[in-house]
Design a protein around this ligand. Structure first.
Ligand code: ATP
Length: 704
């Protein structure tokens, strides 16, 4: 927890191995050892602050898609379905299971449902650790509490370790956490229990001004009971109680705190016996009850009640310190505190215990601390067993906590199952594979869920067919029947029609750029989640596009070739068109992978294609190109596409064209082989594919 910019997401990213920029110091241990990238991909889940879902899938499909990619291939589909159904039930998503998720423009599920779907995605593979970045952001307080209760249940029921960032939790939400890391400007200012203990710490250790007076009062009330608090406080006039505390009462003061609800007399305090206050929980909040003047007994009559959110007080205090440029002071106070000494001891104990220690970590801090003393061989504990422990407990830890700690200790030491868990975790930590499924399975799942859905989407299909249909229509109507006329006046028309046929797929490829850029956030998340590798992703994208391109090019090339009455082989005419379009698509992917954003991507590809036009051989013949530009013509794939079409048209009838030169001589194509040219085109496809693969793998536009 911490104010905006405190470093919450940064801390989470560092822990989850998702930080891509900056220098990180220190070390991170999972189960006692530094985690590998592969372990983090496979055995941890990360729910980002913003939704990264596939809008055209339903909630159930989204979870099943993830399950098929993240759970073992050997597991039958029925078992995966059952797991997804159980998750839907658990996450309260049954009512919207078959509703398409939607996107900002097409309303699908609600914000809370989307958040729960994201959590479901992270849970599909039953991760050891679940990271949640502001899981409650954008949700109303009721839904937020509901989501966090669900998360708490995951921890309680499955033993999943949860690390979540929260910005301004409700009292109820705050109470769900076992411990809180409070950050300010990237510094750790508190690490311990939430609620009153945190308040107590703040009151004692933080050098803050205004808020501290409130904190102090509360702290005294909390730790010493009302009697002493009343005596000490000149600030507040309120009656107060917290569930689980010794009692409640009205505290006299000057009324400054109680918003004019009616203060009791200064210095006066009356006990009241109103037990069982409606606090949200032991540590989440303190309930303030503003009573009638001087009459705490009449709690029922005319009483105003207000919940005091400890998280809010802490945040307010931290923000105040930040505003005064004193965040470092809070951090320094923590560094010197007894709390830090205790935390360090706990940490050493967990590290020493490794996987077993962290998995069987006791629930309460007091118990954990007692355990730590035993584990680290503290003098008190060396007395042995329960007695030794009781000695520790007698000092600073309550007897109840001692019993709990002893129980946990016995569990740690005696439970054979813990050894098995230990072994299992060690195996997981040693994993060398970031993804669960082989590449061909990943490819199949991507095609099954995403491509199949695209192929049923009119919008998706239209964006890939209509442009080619329009071009084919124009070429058809403009150049109709010119292909078999070898009159000198018609030769330019033929070369021009072939030129247009060769270059337009490259221009049209601009429409494939957004696919990669718009999906970038999803791709990064799914890759980091270990759903698939870059090769699988690229292969799926290309398979999806090339299959459609195959059908579209077959249809349009047949109509154009025969209606224009072009010469040569139709199969060459089609093949050039198909390979040319494929090169354009993969070039678009390469440009998209290199482009930091849509603006750059949109301008980059058309600009590049324009430069290629100049050197394709039709606007200026190869021999006429200045020598220092000829290299560019050699690596211009459009030159080979158009060249192959020209060779197909004229190789059997190379008529005189200009200046005593035949067509192929004039365009420097004489002696060239159309199949070699098609082969060159194919090489471009492979080279661009490889470059796109490298760019997608190594270029990280997403800085976090
Ligand atoms: N320990 C640190 N050392 C140096 N810089 C840090 C540290 N922690 C965070 N930062 C920097 O502070 C900035 C804010 O961090 P971050 O986005 O993690 O904050 P946040 O608490 O998640 O904010 P918000 O609530 O607005 O999302 C980032 O530029 C980050 O790089």
């Amino acid at each position: 927890m911490g104010p905006s910019g405190a470093g919450k997401t940064t801390l989470l990213d560092v822990l989850a191995g998702r930080k891509t920029v900056g220098v990180t110091e220190g070390s991170i241990s999972f189960g006692g050892v530094a985690p590998s990238k592969e372990f983090l991909c496979r055995y941890t889940g990360y729910v980002e602050q913003f939704d990264t879902l596939l809008g055209d899938l339903t909630v159930r499909e989204m979870l099943l898609y993830t399950a098929e990619l993240k759970r073992p291939v050997a597991e039958p589909l029925a078992a995966k379905r059952a797991e997804v159904d159980a998750l839907l039930r658990r996450l309260g998503l049954e009512s919207c299971a078959d509703v398409p998720i939607g996107d900002p423009l097409t309303k699908g599920i609600s914000g809370g449902q989307a958040k729960r779907t994201n959590i479901g995605i992270a849970l599909v593979s039953r991760p050891r650790v679940l990271f949640l970045d502001e899981p409650t952001s954008g949700l109303d307080s009721c839904t937020a509490t509901e989501v966090m209760r669900l998360v708490r249940a995951l921890c309680d029921d499955d033993g999943t370790t949860i690390a979540a960032t929260v910005h301004g939790p409700t009292a109820a939400t705050f109470a769900l956490f076992d411990s809180v890391v409070l950050l300010a400007r990237g510094h750790l200012v508190y690490f311990g229990r939430p609620g009153l203990p945190a308040l107590q710490y703040a009151a004692e250790e933080w050098p803050v001004s205004r808020t501290v007076s409130d904190i102090l009062v509360l702290h005294r009330v909390a730790s010493n009971g009302f009697r002493r608090a009343a005596g000490a406080s000149q600030h507040s006039g309120f009656a107060m109680g917290a569930r689980g505390m010794a009692g409640g009462g009205a505290v006299g003061g000057d009324g400054s705190y109680c918003n004019g609800v009616g203060a009791v007399d200064a210095g006066g305090m009356i006990h009241h016996q109103h037990g069982g206050f409606e606090g949200y929980s032991d540590f989440g909040s303190v309930v303030l009850e503003f009573g009638d003047r001087g009459s705490a007994g009449s709690v029922a009559g005319g009483m105003a009640q207000s919940a005091f959110n400890v998280a809010e007080v802490l945040l307010e205090a931290v923000m105040e310190a930040e505003l005064r440029g004193e965040a470092e002071k809070l951090a320094a106070a923590y560094d010197k505190s007894e709390l830090k000494t205790e935390n360090d001891m706990l940490l050493r104990s967990y590290l020493a215990e490794g996987a077993r220690g962290s998995l069987v970590a006791p629930r309460t801090r007091a118990a954990a601390l007692a355990l730590a003393r035993i584990r680290t061989g503290s003098a008190d504990a060396e007395g042995g067993g329960a007695d030794g422990f009781a000695a520790v407990a007698a000092g600073r830890i309550e007897v109840l906590a001692a019993a709990e700690a002893r129980h946990s200790t016995l569990q740690v030491l005696d439970d054979a199952a813990a050894l098995e868990v230990d072994r299992q975790v060690s195996k997981e930590l040693a994993t060398r594979r970031g993804t669960m499924t082989p590449w061909f399975w990943g490819l199949w799942v991507l095609l099954k869920y995403r491509t199949w859905r695209h192929y049923r989407s009119v919008g998706w299909l239209a964006s890939r067919i209509v442009d080619k249909a329009i071009i084919a229509f124009i070429i058809l109507t403009v150049y109709l029947g010119i292909g078999d006329s070898f009159e000198p006046v018609n030769l330019v028309n033929i070369t021009a029609s072939l030129f247009m046929w060769a270059i337009l797929p490259a221009f049209g490829a601009a429409s494939y750029v957004p696919v990669i850029i718009l999906e970038r956030r999803l791709f990064i998340r799914e890759r980091a989640d270990g759903l698939y590798g870059v090769f699988t992703y690229l292969a799926a994208k290309l398979a999806e596009e090339l299959l459609l391109a195959l059908l579209v090019t077959l249809a349009f090339s047949a109509v154009v070739f025969f209606r224009l009455q072009l010469q040569g082989q139709w199969v060459v005419f089609w093949l050039v068109y198909f390979v040319d379009l494929s090169v354009g698509i993969v070039l678009a992917y390469l440009v998209a992978a290199l482009s930091p954003n849509m603006d750059v991507g949109n301008i980059a590809l058309p600009s590049l294609v324009v430069t290629l036009l100049f050197f394709a051989g039709q606007l200026i013949t190869f021999d006429a190109i200045p020598v220092w530009w000829q290299w560019y013509s050699r690596i211009d794939f459009l030159r080979y596409a158009w060249g192959a079409l020209m060779l197909n048209q004229f190789e059997d009838r190379d008529v005189e064209f200009s200046g005593g030169l035949t067509v192929l001589q004039y365009y420097s194509l004489e002696g060239a082989n159309k199949w070699s040219y098609i082969g060159f085109l194919a090489i471009f496809w492979f080279v661009f594919s490889l470059l796109a693969l490298l760019a997608l793998t190594f270029i990280k536009h997403h800085k976090r």
